[in-house]
Design a protein around this ligand. Sequence first.
Ligand SMILES: NC(=O)c1ccc[n+]([C@@H]2O[C@H](COP(=O)([O-])OP(=O)(O)OC[C@H]3O[C@@H](n4cnc5c(N)ncnc54)[C@H](O)[C@@H]3O)[C@@H](O)[C@H]2O)c1
Ligand SMILES: [Zn+2]
Length: 252
Amino acid sequence: MTSDLKSLNRTEAILSAKEIISTHRAIVVLTGAGISAESGVPTFRGKDGYWKNYKAEELATPAAFESDPQLVWEWYDIRRRKLLNVKPNPAHYAIAELEKKSDDFTLITQNVDGLHLIAGSKTALEIHGNIWRVRCTYCGIKEENTQTHFEGLPRCTSCGGLLRPDIVWFGEALPEEVLTEVYNSLNRCDVLIIVGTSGIVQPAASFAYTAKNNGSKVIEVNIEETYLSDISDVKVLGKAGEVLPKIVGGMD
Ligand SMILES: NC(=O)c1ccc[n+]([C@@H]2O[C@H](COP(=O)([O-])OP(=O)(O)OC[C@H]3O[C@@H](n4cnc5c(N)ncnc54)[C@H](O)[C@@H]3O)[C@@H](O)[C@H]2O)c1
Ligand SMILES: [Zn+2]
C-alpha cells in the first residue's frame, strides 16, 4: 500500500515536471555528482567517497597540492583510470535529448567527468573544470591531457612547470567567463532542473535561489531530500537514470 502511494506520488511528480517543462521556454539544467552515480562514478558524499582514508575535501585543495602534489596527482590518476571505463547513462542522454527539443537551453554541470559531452550535449558550462584538462602552475597554459599511469609529476611541455588538474578546488574561485554565462542563463530561465546535487557545495547551491528569485520554476531530481528541496516546486525522488528519460520522453 505504502509503496503504491509512493509510486503514485512519483508518477504525479514526473507528470508535473513534464507539464512545467513543456509549457515554459527557457530551460536550465544543473547537474551534480549524482547524475554520474549510475555510470559508476562515486559521489563525494556517498559510501565510496573516501580514498586511502582521505575525504575529497582534504585532497581537492590548493593547500593539499602545495604540500604533496604527488599524493594529489595519485588520486586524480586513479579517478582518471576509473573514468576510462565509464559511459554516460540514460540521464545524460535524456538531457542531451531535451537540449535538442528546446529553443533556449543551458546545461550547467559541477561534474568534471566530461560525460555530458560524450552523451551528445552540445555545450556544458563545466563550472568546476574538467578532469581531462591540465593547467601549468607556472605559465598558466591549459591543455587537454588524457594520460594515466603517471610516473613522477607531470610537467609542462612549454616551460617545464608543474602541471595541475584544471579543476576548481575547494576554496578556489570559479572561472569568471563561465560564471557570467551561468548567471545570464539563470536570469533568463523559467525552468531550472536540478539533478543529483546535494546543495552543499557553493556557489552551485545558490544558483537555485537566483533562478527562484527571478520567478523560475524549480524541479529537483534526487534519490533523497536535499537542502534545495524546500525551494523546489516539484521534487522527483528517484534515480536520475530512471526518472529523467520519463520526464523528457514523448515531449516533441
Ligand atoms: N562525476 C564527477 O565529475 C564528480 C564526482 C564526485 C564529485 N564531484 C565534484 O564534487 C562536488 C560535489 O558536489 P555535488 O553536489 O555534485 O555532489 P555530492 O557528492 O555532494 O552529492 C551528490 C548528490 O547526488 C544524489 N544522488 C546520488 N545518486 C543519485 C542518483 N542515482 N540519481 C539522482 N541523484 C543521486 C545524492 O543524494 C546527493 O544529493 C561537485 O562540485 C563536483 O565537482 C564530481
Ligand atoms: Zn608552463
